[in-house]
Design a protein around this ligand. Structure first.
Ligand code: PMP
Length: 360
């Protein structure tokens, strides 16, 4: 048995993998593989529409929003957001709460003026109170990352931007809890964590933010062109969109967004509880009000690298893989995306308890 606790590309539900395997050579009714279908043909059109519809079945998306399926990953969207939105005033607010929002802010500097909403820090362990934020009323948008995959910082509230459009990177917590889409200007999420495989980014964008792309914007990154063409302006990654559609169906079968949220709370609580009851053997430096349900980073003692190595080795020998922290921060990180079961999180929690009792 192997349990993949990787941060992404991450575990996919086995049910989905089996369905994909079944359809791989002969897609029912088409007799060719999805990978061989024309993106303009009726079979693919049905797959594409079904994926969009399933997403709308999972979260309510108001009529004044479009769903776009874009390429270039989360990183591509760092630039795409700027090119489409920043032209309005030439300036944007960035809430830098971890490594990914820091990267997005750096990318944005190429396109306009970046205002940092919270003070710069080298370690990301908290989110300062909103009343201390330095928001610019002239900003084209306020950008933040809802869940920082590397640092494990997750927002437990929607930032109040005083009417300025809010842009959220939800790459690593998308569809793990309900989303009030109406509070956002743009939401984007790379698929390879909670909703599929690498190669597609879901973008949900409010209509009034479409049609303002800078002149330099490459055609395929222009929200307006993608919206007008239902994200089939050029060849989309058809197979990847098909897999994502299957994951959406799986989420629906499992009980939808409320089930995903309740599972995520249970799974993360199991791990945080072991950390808390370990008498300081395991350390999670994050403030308790921003601890991620998706990525749980922790250290052993005061960064005891020898013991961490031993932990990872023993975990791997028991089939628990990809628990190593991101290379930029080290330590250990358990990623608990939608496809990880409560039982699997329990197995990790039990191993953690056993390991600490043997090594404290
Ligand atoms: N944002 C977040 C929150 C991420 O976790 C990642 C990747 N792990 C990215 C953006 C970048 O995504 P990509 O590798 O698809 O460019």
């Amino acid at each position: 048995m192997v349990i993949n606790f990787g941060a992404g590309p991450a575990k996919l539900p086995e049910e989905v993998l089996k369905e994909v395997q079944k359809d791989l050579v002969h897609y029912p009714g088409a007799d060719i593989s999805v990978m061989e279908m024309s993106h303009r043909g009726s079979h693919y059109a049905a797959i594409h529409e079904a994926a969009l519809q399933s997403l709308k079945d999972i979260i309510y998306i108001p009529d004044n929003y479009k769903i776009l399926l874009m390429q270039g990953g989360g990183t591509g969207l760092f630039a795409t957001v700027c090119m489409n939105l920043m032209g309005r005033t030439g300036t944007a607010d960035y809430i830098v709460s971890g490594s990914w929002s820091a990267k997005a802010a750096k990318e944005a500097e190429k396109y306009g003026k970046v205002n940092l909403v919270i003070p710069k820090t080298s370690k990301y362990t908290s989110i300062p109170d909103q009343y201390t934020w330095n928001l610019d009323p002239n900003a084209s948008y306020v950008y933040y990352c809802d869940n920082e995959t590397v640092d494990g910082v997750e927002f437990n509230f929607v930032p109040d931007t005083k009417g300025v459009p809010l842009v959220a990177d939800m790459s690593s917590n998308f569809l793990s809890r309900p989303i009030d889409v109406s509070k956002y200007g743009v939401i984007f999420a790379g698929a390879q964590k909670n909703i599929g495989t690498a190669g597609i980014t879901v973008v949900i964008v409010r209509d009034d933010l479409i049609g303002h792309a800078m002149k330099i914007t490459p055609t395929i990154l222009d929200f307006e062109i993608q919206a007008k063409n239902n994200s089939i302006y050029n060849t989309p990654p058809t197979f990847i969109i098909y897999v994502m559609g299957r994951v959406f169906e799986w989420i629906k079968r499992c009980g939808g967004i409320t089930a995903m949220e309740s599972n995520s709370l249970k799974k993360s609580q199991l791990i945080y509880d072991v950390i808390k009851s370990s008498n300081g053997f395991y350390k999670c430096l994050l403030d308790s009000n921003c601890r991620s349900r998706m990525n749980v980073p922790f250290r052993i003692g005061d960064a005891n690298e020898e013991l961490e190595k031993q932990f990872l080795k023993e975990a791997e020998s028991k089939g628990m893989i990809q628990l190593k922290g991101h290379r930029s921060v080290g330590g250990i990180r358990a990623s608990l995306y939608n496809a990880i079961t409560i039982k699997e999180a329990q197995i990790l929690a039990e191993f953690m308890t056993d390991f600490y009792k043997r090594n404290e």
